[in-house]
Design a protein around this ligand. Structure first.
Ligand code: NAD
Length: 463
């Protein structure tokens, strides 16, 4: 696909948007229902695509990709009328009579760029929000999940209004060409390096952006919780999709005695989830490509293997692994791991953990397994992150009422539910006032003593 082809695709969506076809709620509902049918009627094709791209077990494709989108759709369909309705705003006395309200209007043509790790959810989640808000959409699936990308290119035109919704497949050249175009919003999910490229390109057109990035999401565990139960939730959240989850716990902070008890329990939990040999389990994913396999394989040397450690390059397999005796300056503690390796860093207690987390970039998620109120409060007050999970890992991301997004180096902007709808809307402020009676004479010049008294009186009320 050439740059001209891409410019043409975007221009066509702009023409469609300009005709107004995307604005009626009926059209928006039809698109959401189209996505629902595309996922349910063709679920075998999505299962096959994710199995090919990530060795993803079909149950997990439904759990972590398809169901998340279906629940977004159900929620949006239920609330669409209310979200799209004008919101009345109270007027100050001096501006009465009149009517103030906020109109949420679509932004125009939006670009959604997604990564490979949850290739259905992370593309369609933002797309559902953008279509619910009445926008035309260009979708760019990740080239690193090629079977899923091909499924989008094939199925989207069959189920959605192709005049206003398009898929552009491709890698860096195609995305670069897309980013040269003028959009009304760009929604990017992926790593921070490309996030900066997207931000620079968007700046050229003053296009607003959402950046859903990653980072090292910390996990702290103390001995006030049932460690065996905690280990199971941690193992599930960390090793789901072979650790290739943006909100996966990246590293574990614990005191020496807690780590000594918890690490073997994580080993037990891994065996319960994936059997004694995870490579033989149909429920365990693979690393996305050989390049990422090599990066992760090298990280295994950054500590002592306490759980797992097995690899098979030909199969892009890395066992669910826990590393102890890890140096804070080792690569595994410097970069986002994004794989099935959990390094353990020993700390003096929760205050030490809070200090260490606060000294790093703000993460997408923070997990604290503790039943102590003072410990939970210390993390809430002392650290900043996109989300916090107490005694849970990863699942907070699926709660539609909880806005999803990062802060600082982990991103900007929010989606899920109404947060997604407002991301893709312009909140237009409208004030309408009859010309008579004229309540504004009090503030017109020439300024008299009476005007001055009125203004100062207003000031007193305001202060
Ligand atoms: P990726 O390589 O699939 O890249 C994401 C998108 O950027 C793709 O569509 C790709 O084509 C495009 N891209 C790549 N290089 C580009 C370039 N030079 N110019 C323009 N576009 C380019 O995915 P990734 O970055 O490897 O994804 C992993 C990262 O994403 C991790 O850091 C992870 O934490 C983060 N992530 C975040 C979320 C979230 O919701 N916050 C979700 C999943 C992943």
């Amino acid at each position: 696909m050439t740059s001209d082809d891409i410019a043409g695709i975007v221009a066509e969506r702009r023409r469609a948007f300009d005709t107004g076809i995307t604005k009626p709620l009926k059209w928006r509902r039809a698109q959401l229902e189209g996505i629902r049918r595309m996922l349910t009627e063709r679920s075998a094709e999505w299962e096959a695509a994710l199995a090919a791209d990530l060795h993803r077990p079909p149950t997990e494709t439904h759990l972590a990709d398809i169901n998340v989108v279906l629940s977004e759709i159900a929620h949006a369909l239920k609330h669409l009328r209310r979200w799209a309705a004008p919101k009345r705003v109270a007027l100050p006395m001096a501006l009465q009579p009149g009517r103030g309200y906020v109109l949420r209007e679509p932004l125009g043509v939006v670009l959604v760029i997604s990564p490979w790790n949850y290739p259905v959810q992370l593309l369609l989640g933002p797309v559902v929000a953008a279509l619910a808000a009445g926008n035309a959409v260009v979708m760019k699936p990740s080239e690193l999940a090629p079977a899923t990308s091909a499924a989008f290119a094939k199925l989207v035109p069959q189920y959605l209004d192709a005049r206003a919704v398009a898929v552009v497949e491709g890698a860096v050249p195609e995305t670069t060409a897309l980013l040269e175009q003028r959009f009304d919003h760009i929604f990017y999910t992926g790593g921070a390096r490309v996030g900066r490229i997207v931000a620079r390109a968007a700046a050229e057109h003053l296009t607003p952006i959402s950046l859903e990035l990653g980072g090292k999401s910390p996990l702290y565990v103390d001995d006030s919780v049932d460690l065996a139960a905690a280990a199971k939730r941690i193992a599930w959240g960390k090793f789901l999709n072979a650790g290739q989850t943006c909100v996966a716990p990246d590293y574990l902070l614990a005191t020496k005695p807690v780590a000594a008890k918890l690490v073997p329990l994580i080993g037990d939990a891994v065996a319960e989830l994936y059997g004694s040999d995870a490579q033989a389990s149909g429920d365990y994913s693979r690393i996305v490509n050989p390049a990422r396999f090599r990066v992760l394989d090298a990280m295994l040397a950054d500590g002592t293997v306490a759980v797992g450690g097995g690899t098979d390059a030909d199969d892009k397999y890395i066992a669910p692994t826990v590393l102890t005796e890890v140096a804070e300056d080792a690569p595994v503690m410097q970069e986002e791991i994004f794989g099935p390796i959990l390094p353990v860093i020993e700390v003096d207690g929760h205050e030490d953990a809070v200090r260490r987390i606060a000294a790093r970039e703000k993460p997408l998620a923070l997990y604290v397994f503790s039943n102590r109120d003072d410990v939970r409060k210390a993390f809430l007050r002392g650290t900043s992150s996109g989300a916090v999970g107490f005694n849970v890992a990863v699942v907070q991301q699926t709660v539609i009422g909880l806005p999803f997004g990062g802060v600082g180096e982990s991103g900007m902007g929010r989606y899920r539910g109404e947060a997604g709808f407002t991301t893709f809307s312009n909140e237009k402020a409208v004030l309408s006032k009859p010309l008579a009676p004229e309540s504004l004479t009090m503030i017109f010049p020439p300024y008299t003593k009476r005007t001055d008294g009125f203004v100062r009186g207003m000031l007193r009320k305001l202060s």
